[in-house]
Design a protein around this ligand. Sequence first.
Ligand code: 13P
Ligand code: SF4
Length: 323
Amino acid sequence: MNTQLRFPTLYEPVRKVIPAPDWMMFEDDIGAILRLKQERNAVILAHNYQTPEIFHGVADIVGDSLALARKAVEVDADVIVLAGVHFMAETAKLLNPEKTVLIPDLAAGCSLADSITPEDIALLRQAHPGVPVVTYVNTSAAVKAASDICCTSGNARQVVESLGVPRVLMLPDEYLARNVARETDVELIAWHGHCEVHELFTAEDVRELRASWPGVTILAHPECPPEVVAEADFSGSTAVMSGYVGTNRPSRVVLLTECSMSDNVAVDHPDVEFIRPCNLCPHMKRISLANIREALELNRHEVTVDPAIAEPARRAVERMLAV
Ligand code: 13P
Ligand code: SF4
């Protein structure tokens, strides 16, 4: 154990993914954040794509979008800091209207959330009368309010099938809809939104990985194009991918998703070799220890949702959580 460090027990598990000099630079912010959490009765919810010093250093609750939404309901604190992107903070606010929800950088958006508006949904409903609308949680509160029920990559098939109808509008991620369509008899009508991180992976990448890394197990997020998912060994949400590594202990693995995932999962599985052809999410990477500290010090940036939108949006999220 490195005795020059202020937080050697926090550092120990992450030492393979964070060099000691880098960790030493983080310690001032980590110390301040740990103190501010106590002073403000705050908790930090962090998505699996957050960097390891956030994920393992200061977060109280970590997980995929579904887990963060579920756990947001149970939070016993005055302040929630969402280390993730804006739609996640909005979802936490919808489920905790009386709490202060902060996002360290308001510009942490999402290409999927930006791909669709409530007006688009109104036009789709006109074109497909009576067809229920399932929206991915990667959408604005206004879009959630215009939909019947939400889903995440962790429960999309179950949500679609829970409706008991032959046809569903599944928005806005075209690839998620096409990947789920392969697993269900429900006909899915898709939109043309894409995740700017996952759309970059190709089936050719998968073939090259297999050729270069014999015996590798390839896991792909369902926001990847369907031909990538088809050639991968397994597909699931970020939490499901992490669970797969823990249960199956592949000797060598690739996670076709955002870069920080492999670092965070590798911390818990030092015996697994992670091959890292990853893509960075510029939105997730806007969050840092420095702006988490500022969020708590300066109470910024508070996320609010117009009450007229919040009520129907909350209904769509709660309906999903009940599935
Ligand atoms: P999940 O963590 O729900 O799999 O979502 C991935 C994602 O891209 C969130 O922005
Ligand atoms: Fe959005 Fe893709 Fe970034 Fe997730 S990884 S926040 S879906 S742009």
